[in-house]
Design a protein around this ligand. Structure first.
Ligand SMILES: [Fe+2]
Length: 314
């Protein structure tokens, strides 16, 4: 089976049922897909890529090299299990932006990233609604489920994976599932490295120019009662070349949103298997267990008795 690459160009025409069917299949069988003609202009994405790479060269590269040297990671001989070969910073967009607090970013880069966030927020909400359509949930059900009292949490992790002398011994990013809702990844169009686990094998997510990679986080697995599953993925750094850029944007529930399986999906399955909890409690647990299997996290949340919050309940 080919990794699903889905063209959204004719979403609002007669091809809508076909496109929705492809998205449904990808959500059920891959937990990942890639979209083209998603509404964000190619020229704009080129600008984001150029500014991100310039920022890395100017502000991050030297620091990364010093960090690696100080930890003696250039010439390891056994597998390193507690470090990722990545250089990152985090931009929070919602509920409150932190962009003004990042003095190293040029004004131009800040302004472009603010626009990027707004465009991605729109795309994330469109995709959530397409998922609702496929799941026979009312329009905006997922957006509302993430809302809590202050709206969703939304942010972008800006990463670079510089060339790594020992990619077999140090992963660019160790295998994990994403904790949150829906994730949109704008990745390098030339340097591959992202892989997902499918049927016990690591499969490459192909770099496609101007595409957006979409994946399902743990919270969507809970809300869909396991109809859609978050999938393990990792990044393998390349031994040579320019390095890989990736911007992963996480559209997540608000911290006080109460997450639980959609009742109509539980009724369909006839057995409730996923817990109900407050999103920030899940995140506290995830912080220490990101690189562990997700099932014990869900299990631990079952012991977490949620007090009903009238604002956050959908
Ligand atoms: Fe991830």
């Amino acid at each position: 089976m080919e990794f699903p690459i889905i063209n959204l160009e004719k979403l609002n025409g007669e091809e809508r049922p076909t496109i929705l069917a492809k998205i449904k299949d990808a959500c059920e069988n891959w937990g990942f897909f890639e979209v083209l003609n998603h509404g964000i202009e190619p020229e704009f994405l080129d600008k984001v890529e150029k500014l991100t790479k310039e920022h890395y060269k100017k502000c991050m590269e030297e620091r990364f090299k010093e960090h690696i040297a100080s930890k003696g990671l250039n010439d390891v001989v056994t597998e390193v299990k507690d470090v990722d070969w990545e250089s990152t910073f985090f931009l929070r967009h919602l509920p409150v932006s932190n962009i003004a607090d990042l003095p190293e970013l040029s004004d131009d880069y800040k302004s472009v990233m603010k626009q990027f966030a707004s465009k991605l927020e729109t795309l994330a909400e469109l995709l959530l609604d397409l998922l609702c359509e496929n799941l026979n949930l009312p329009k905006s059900y997922l957006k509302n489920a993430f809302h809590g009292s202050n709206g969703p949490t939304f942010g972008t992790k800006v990463s670079n994976y510089p060339p790594c002398p020992n990619p077999d011994l140090i992963k660019g990013l160790r295998a994990h599932t994403d904790a949150g809702g829906i994730i949109l990844l704008f990745q390098d169009d030339k340097v591959s490295g992202l892989q997902l686990l499918k049927d016990g094998e690591w499969v490459d997510v192909p770099p496609v120019r101007h595409s957006m990679v979409v994946n399902i986080g743990d919270q969507l697995e809970v809300i869909t009662n396991g109809k859609y599953k978050s999938v393990l993925h990792r990044v393998i750094a390349q031994p040579e070349g320019e390095g890989r850029m990736s911007l992963a944007s996480f559209y997540n529930p608000g911290s006080d949103a109460v997450i639980f399986p959609a009742p109509s999906l539980v009724a369909e399955e006839k057995n409730e298997i996923y817990p109900k909890f407050v999103f920030e409690d899940y995140m506290k647990l995830y912080a220490g267990l990101k690189f562990e299997a997700k099932e014990p996290r869900f299990e631990a949340m079952k012991g977490n008795n949620v007090k009903l919050d009238p604002i956050a309940t959908v």
